[in-house]
Design a protein around this ligand. Structure first.
Ligand code: CIR
Length: 280
């Protein structure tokens, strides 16, 4: 029997049953492009990428997200866009709205159309406008603080645009200089709202006052890109020392092998856009 609004009697046309909106975590992903071998590279030498291995690592990544309670919304692979598996760079998804970026690499701008279509049912959309450039990998959201890396892919003009879009929602937006790596989130990601993991050679901890910064193991410079899903921290399996560091600090950690995708300069955060939405 369905109950009316007081919960005490049957639902009727005058008192329809209350609608329960179930929120759930969505992970927007995209299949690996068959042309991933022609990806953009900035800090790495090109090496052959085994497509089958990349595919199976990506499937496993999605499986782990699903195991942790995410609903996977997977976009079709795009053979014209070698880097399109790295969906994180194309949008910033906040609770209140999403911002479609203007990727710093011209080869990646065509990835926006399908991501925009996928996000439209979930969020009101805003756009970074030319001539500004912004990659999502440069945007670290921690609570109401948004840190934007100034890198070869993202500039100050984009920071100003993002600030203008989100200020009314109570966000603070700050610029962070990064050096020696592709994106801000190659250098620092969030473990909790209070604690970050950081490679101090690539970004200075002073940018994050009031937050504890745990450093990566010095032998694993690329280990700062971790992905928090609920209470679990996913770390790249290639960086076990940093994984141990996090476990010793009390975090629930889980290794995920993304070594083949790392040859395309990708890591854990870049293969998904995670956001809460109404269950479908
Ligand atoms: C690129 O250079 O755009 C890709 N090969 C790698 C992008 C990785 N994205 C990310 O870490 N957010």
């Amino acid at each position: 029997m369905q109950l009316g609004p007081t919960g005490s009697g049957p639902a009727s046309p005058l008192f329809p049953a209350p609608i329960t909106v179930v929120r759930m975590r969505t992970a927007l992903t995209r299949g690996v492009s068959p042309s991933i071998g022609q990806c953009e590279l900035t800090h790495l030498e090109r090496q052959p990428i085994d497509f089958e291995v990349a595919l199976s690592q990506h499937k496993r990544y999605e499986q782990v997200l699903e195991d942790l309670g995410c609903r996977i919304e997977r976009l079709g692979e795009e053979s014209d866009f070698p880097d399109s598996v790295f969906v994180e760079d194309i949008a910033i998804v906040l609770d209140e709205l999403a911002i479609i970026t203007r990727p710093g690499a011209i080869s990646r701008r065509g990835e926006r159309e399908s991501v925009e279509r996928a996000l439209r049912p979930h969020r009101r959309l805003e756009h970074v406008q030319a001539p500004a450039i912004l990659d999502g990998g440069d945007v670290l959201v921690v609570g109401k603080d948004i840190y934007v890396g100034i890198s070869s892919r993202s500039d100050s003009e984009a920071v100003d645009q993002v600030r203008a879009i989100v200020t009314d929602y109570g966000y603070d937006v700050g610029k962070v200089n990064v050096r020696g790596c592709l994106h801000l989130k190659s250098a620092v990601t969030a473990l909790t709202e209070d604690t970050l993991i950081i490679n101090p050679d690539w970004v200075v901890a002073d940018h994050f006052p009031g937050r504890t910064c745990i450093q990566v193991d010095p032998s694993e410079p690329n280990a700062a890109n971790v992905l928090r899903v609920g209470d679990t921290i996913l770390f790249a399996a290639s960086f076990p020392r940093t994984g141990n560091r996090l476990a010793s600090a009390g975090f629930e950690v889980r290794p995920v092998d993304v070594s083949e995708l790392a040859k395309a300069e990708g890591a854990l955060t870049c293969c998904s856009l995670l956001f809460d939405s109404a269950a479908v």
